[in-house]
Design a protein around this ligand. Structure first.
Ligand code: HPA
Length: 263
């Protein structure tokens, strides 16, 4: 099996983006796309959940070379929070310096409606898991202050303004899943300062920081959290609403890439 670097050859994009639930179609906007199945790249996990393709696209967006990870593996699939470790370490090893993580999430704020996009400014890890448990030596003591790079966030806010996309900012709370939250859990994390909930992203961000990558992350709000205005989230709803917002996400990413300067 070939490593990511071997697959890439002379092409060495500096930016990679993980496309979450039903956002895989964002990669359709890639120019000159080349597809590599995860199964052919050493260490890349083959996702088992519908809505996640398991395919790496090398292509251009906004005039810049980008790696699109269409689909991710989740900690809830087999309890391994570090399931994306080999893939993220391979990205860093290949020369990627910036990781943009996307996901579908439930809103904790009735004002943050389904269909909108939230730029993650910080997170709460409510899963009880950490992908760095078991790291040797002192490698695990990764600082998480400003994990969501302030300069990259500024660029996303600028890109959103240009595209006339309303971009909220907020705190993402990681629940392990795969069951959805209870209404009581949703009320609790709202009081704690959370703005959105989801079942991914946080372990990838921790791993990316471990490997020295700059990180930005975006949530597509697919639903209100359980119990808010009677909401009862489901995976079907996540996929349906995620796909609807994919066009806005594509425009936002394209504008970001055009503006991304020296990253
Ligand atoms: N909870 C957890 N994960 C999610 C949700 C939710 O309400 N919506 C989309 N992903």
């Amino acid at each position: 099996m070939r490593t990511l670097s071997e697959h890439l050859g002379a092409e060495r994009p500096k930016i990679a983006t993980i496309l979450g639930s039903s956002l895989g179609d964002v990669a359709a906007a890639a120019g000159a796309p080349r597809s590599i199945a995860y199964g052919e790249i050493a260490g890349f996990p083959v996702p088992k959940v519908s809505g996640h393709a398991g395919e790496l696209i090398v292509g251009t967006l906004g005039g810049r070379q980008v790696l699109f990870l269409r689909g991710r593996a989740h900690a809830y699939e087999n309890g391994n929070a570090a399931v994306m470790r080999p893939a993220i370490s391979a990205l860093a090893e290949s020369g990627v310096t910036t990781l943009i993580v996307t996901n579908a999430a439930g809103s904790l704020d009735p004002k943050l409606r389904p269909g909108s996009i939230m730029l993650i400014e910080d997170h709460i890890n409510f899963s009880g898991m950490n992908p760095l448990i078991g790291e040797t030596g002192d490698q695990g003591f990764v600082g998480m202050t400003e994990a969501y790079d302030p300069a990259l966030r500024m660029r996303f806010l600028k890109a959103a303004k240009q595209e006339k996309i309303a971009l909220a900012q907020g705190v993402y709370v990681w629940f392990s899943g795969p069951s959805f939250e209870t209404p009581a859990e949703i009320r609790m994390v709202r009081q704690w300062g959370g703005d959105a909930v989801g079942m991914s992203t946080v372990p990838e961000v921790i791993l990316a920081r471990r490997f020295g990558l700059r990180v930005a992350a975006l949530s597509i709000i697919t639903n209100l959290g359980a119990g808010i205005e009677g909401a009862a989230p489901s995976h079907d709803e996540t996929k349906r609403e995620g796909a609807k917002a994919a066009a806005d996400m594509t425009r936002l990413l394209e504008s970001f890439m055009r503006e991304a300067g020296d990253v």
